[in-house]
Design a protein around this ligand. Sequence first.
Ligand SMILES: [Zn+2]
Length: 441
Amino acid sequence: MKLAIENAVVWDGEQVVEPASIRIEDGRLVGIGPDASGRFAADERIDAAGKLAIPGLINAHTHLYSSLARGMSLPGYAPQSFTQILEQLWWRLDKALDDSAVATSALVGAMEAARCGVTALIDHHASPNAIPGSLDRVRSAVCGRVGLRASLCYETSDRDGAERARLGIEENARFLATLDPRDSLCSGHFGLHASLTLSDRTLESAAASLPDEAGIHIHVAEGPEDEPQCVKRHGVRIIPRLDRFGLLRPRSILAHCLHVDAVEKDAIAERNAIVVHNPRSNMNNAVGAFDLDGVLDRGIVTGLGTDGLGANMLAELFTAGLAQRQARQDALVGTFAQLDRLLFRSNPTIVERIFGVRVGRLAPGAPADIAVLDYAAPTPLDGANILGHLLFGVAVHALRVTDLFVSGRPILRNGAFVELDEREEYAHAREEAQRLWKRIA
Ligand SMILES: [Zn+2]
């Protein structure tokens, strides 16, 4: 299959070329240039005049299982702390998920991610009463039906007792064993909830079941309670605790890391583990400010995620800058150079480590992961000021993604899903959500 996206303004991840065409063959980019018409015998040509084509976006930490929570009201909801937000909201929701709700949540979350231009996501799944096989259901919805690249894991935790912890470990180990290393569409992590809900025994069995090449995906020092609880119960802070079990690895994702200290940051850098920043979720839960300079200055691969709060990566990036400035009362922090590193350098590095494919650049040989945005620039646009356009144009005005490709597979064309009937899927999701909410009430 040969495809040509023509007449677009193309940001290839470094430079802007316009008007340009992108040539795709068998899922890979074979060329980008000012003129391809006539010289490239495409099976299909897409006229992208007036549009901006960019590398597909990446969400490095999310929870698709939360997709059906929107608009839900919970009787007796009155949390007094971050842990109580987990107990009274998220742990009530995830316990009510059955097999069918797991699949529907994943489908809706992945469809919304596609609508935001996301071509790859890293998910952290929980459904304590529907653990076995849950990751297959998520894979089938996200990678199969929607067609996104996804790394999946199950959130192992002792919060619901030893049996559920054992099932969580089994589900991660089982799922990781099903993965084909040549499959660049689906990958996996070993999922762990957070230090505060994990016993040493569970960490030990997780470490024993963790394949050498795999990494963990865990929340670290998100709420202010996580570190003091770890010191009190285990006599050590979170990062050295994880390190004791050999869990800090180049593919390990440590989400949040708001309250880790300087020694812990040094250890993360030394182990070459990955940190993922989730600014909007942090602000929503009022859990603290992120030390962006502290991680970037140490050379830690620091990516960007939404933590389940939607999938709009450009709005998330915009907020990452605002959050730094607000927290430090300094308009000169949260620089474009730092923001560029989060979403457009680190997130592709994370995908490369996990999936073994080089994305984030529209270059010959790369997988054709491309988002086409309905954006015509009212001011000059080039490789040096692209971030200004993406943040103050596309993000601020919530502009539409019209076309999306993952390894050349068309996911969205002219603003509509190619293989899914969105109206029908959402009608089904509303029914599913109604049943789910009834189980929680
Ligand atoms: Zn999270």
